[in-house]
Design a protein around this ligand. Sequence first.
Ligand code: DC
Length: 224
Amino acid sequence: MDRINIAIDGPAGAGKSTVAKLVARALGYIYIDTGAMYRAAAYKALINNLDLDDQEALTRMVQGSAITLAYDTEGNQQVFLDGQDVSVDIRTPEVTRSVSKVAAVRGVREEMVRLQQKLAETKGVVMDGRDVGTFILPKAEKKFYLTASIEERAGRRYLEMQSRGYEADLEEIKADIAQRDQMDREREFAPLVQAPDALLVDSSDMSIQQVVDKILEVSREGSE
Ligand code: DC
């Protein structure tokens, strides 16, 4: 199959990163988690005590930062911020709570989109995020919008947080996800929305493997 770009968008906790990683592995493609880049920006803003409402300061901060991606031998993405591996630091609940605010800033997004488009230039990427099919790669050959009920998404996050040793409260996670969804959907610039040419996949009653198989099947159609 010719190398193509695959866009996977959807709300928080829909399983995008797990699925995208497996699809990339099956195709020998590069997996790009765009959310991790926004998380790196939010992390830097937090450690520098920036005012998250100061859009200019956030934009300047991102313009002066080096956010780069690397991959370990198993294809897991690592995120570097100004030369330092922050892959673990960007997954804290504190970063999760702040990231939608940072990601809503137009100047921050413009900088990130430039980097993301560059990463996909050579094709053969599976990119997951919120605006991949609508904004970053509007010409991606295959687009998917992956979603699941809020109960299912919150339940998955709960188990994931517990397995990483964080105290988790299901109702709190549900409220956090709902709030993040709302901010991502209602922001002015490049909001979370299903691209008209994206295939909707509701994973509420599907296993990870079923979702991966569906995406692989559709991605191979017309490209063999
Ligand atoms: O997928 P995630 O939870 O790691 O994403 C973190 C945040 O980044 C999410 O709340 C929305 C934002 N995001 C975005 O605005 N655009 C993207 N392409 C990816 C993520």
